[in-house]
Each structure stands twice: as structure tokens, then as C-alpha cells.
Design a binder for this molecule. Sequence first.
Ligand code: AKG
Ligand code: FE2
Length: 330
Amino acid sequence: MAIEPPFFEKYKAILQSSANEKEKPSTVEGFDELELPLIDLSHLNLGQLERQECIEKMGQAAIEWGFFQIVNHGVPDELLNRLKQEQIKVFQQPFDKKSESNFLNLSVQSYRWGNPLATSLRNLSWSEALHISLKDISKMDEYNKLRSTIEEYAEKANFLAQRLAEYLAQNLGIKANYFQENCSPSSSSLRMNRYPPCPYPSMMFGIIPHTDTDFLTIVSQDQVGGLQLKRNGRWVSVKPNPKALVVNIGDFYQALSNGVYKSITHRVIANQETERYSAAYFYCPTYETVIESCSKPSLYKKFSFKEYREQIQKDVKATGDKVGLSRFLL
Ligand SMILES: O=C(O)CCC(=O)C(=O)O
Ligand SMILES: [Fe+2]
């Protein structure tokens, strides 16, 4: 039984009607490959001076890049490898099974593929994902190894994300318990991505350009590469580092920091030869949490996570794409 989603059948009409279109996504040019600012979290346990330097470096990266990579992050390699093996196993299941509405007993639409609302080449994506809201994890079969591995990973990732969010808050005067009060291990989600080899890498993306809807994201990726971010108006490729996790600022931290930290547009380019895997942990508050700039005058209206999500759903339906924070500018 075939494991691949029917990308070609789904996209055939768009591909054919765009065959002569001049405006193709710009995925074919050469890209600079850059190393993200590297933060060694072991420095937090050295003297006061090293600790302060480390926190400042993290803040500076969040201001200038919106992205950084962390080493000595406390998530064991063995656990990351196990998560990847479980991820491979789940995506190797037949497409018909993955697309069943109660796949793994999770909510509908936990398994996603391509961009169901794509209307043009600009928003075609060649990837599949399992998007798990961590409050749903208890619905999964208890004896499932995927479930226990995700639970183990989510606990570590939540601890790490909260620490990172708190260190970043120190530079801005946000109160120390802000994240503890508004986020819980079950308010976040884990998105496991698989990018199968794509026969049309110059025509579409692995994931279309977007910003993340959360405070911050922790990404574990393999060594294939393909993640790119927008920097000074140009797309640059992130060089994979086998020892590091990638961290990026999401829309909520940009709003909370009043635009000081940047939620940067990123994408994944499609690869003709090699399959790629990544897992993104989205550190989110509860739905009721109201996000308000930490300094005045505010750039953004205050909004709840629920309102933000509803706005995205409306925009995605209308345009095939989320609009995001610019909707909430004052
Ligand atoms: O695959 C990656 O490296 C990034 C994935 C991503 O941006 C996302 O899932 O939001
Ligand atoms: Fe993302």
C-alpha cells in the first residue's frame, strides 16, 4: 500500500495551468548557507559573568535574527534519535491509514499533507505532518511507543522552552513567572514533519513561507538541510548542526516584546533526491491567555490566543495563507 499522499493528483491542475506562468516561486537560485548564532547553554551554569553573557547573546540573536541554535540543551541525543525513529515509523504507514479521521485516536486534522487550500504555485507544499496538540496525547493508545516517546520529549522540550522564554524575558523586564502562569505542558503542540523527495523542487516548497504562531519554537532537524529564513530581504539557508536544536521566535513573543524580538518568515525548500524529517515544538499559552505588549506605546492591539487563531483560520480560508501579526497592528 502506498505511503505517499496523492500530491500530484491534487496539484495537477495548478501545475498545468501555471506551466507558462512567469511568476514561479523563487526556489531555484543559489542561497548563502549561514550558521545561526550559537548559544552554549552550559554557560548558564558557569560564573555570573558567563551566565549574563549567554543571556545577552540569546537576546541579541532574538533581536537581530529571530533565530538561534542551542547546544548542551539537556535533551539527550538518544531521545532525539528515538523520536526520529518513531516519526519514520508513523509516516511509513499507508496513506489511507494516516488519513483516517481517527488515526492514532487523535483529533481530526492531526495528520495533514500538502496545502489543502492551495490556489497557486506560490502556496504549494510537498510535505506531510502530524500536528499533535499535547492536550490530546492522553487519547493515544497508552502502550504505543510513539505516545511514550512524545510524552518524554514534550516534557523535556517544555522545560527547555520555558527556560529559554524566561531568559529572553529578563532583558525586557517581563515578570519572571509570566510563562509559568500562562503556559502549561498541555497548551503547546508538537508538529512532526516529513518532506518526501519532490519531483518539482523548482516549482514548490517543502513548507511555504510562514511565521510561527507561538512564543517560541524548538526544532530538531536531520542533516539534510532545506530550512531557510528571510534575513535582510534575502533568503538564507540554515546550516544543520548535528549537536544543536534550532530555536525561533514566534508571533506571540514578537507581540509581547513590542516588536523587539522578531518572528521571522521562514520556509523549507523541496529536495528532489533526499527525504527530510524535522520535529517542531511550539511553545504556546492557553487559549484564554491575552497577549499584550510589555512596553508602551504598544505596536499591537491586545489579543487572546483564541482570537488570533480564529483570525488565522479566516485568512487561510480566504487566501490560502495566514496573514498573522500585521492584522493586530495599532
Ligand atoms: O522543518 C523545519 O525545519 C521547519 C518546520 C517549520 O517551520 C514548522 O513546522 O513550522
Ligand atoms: Fe515554522
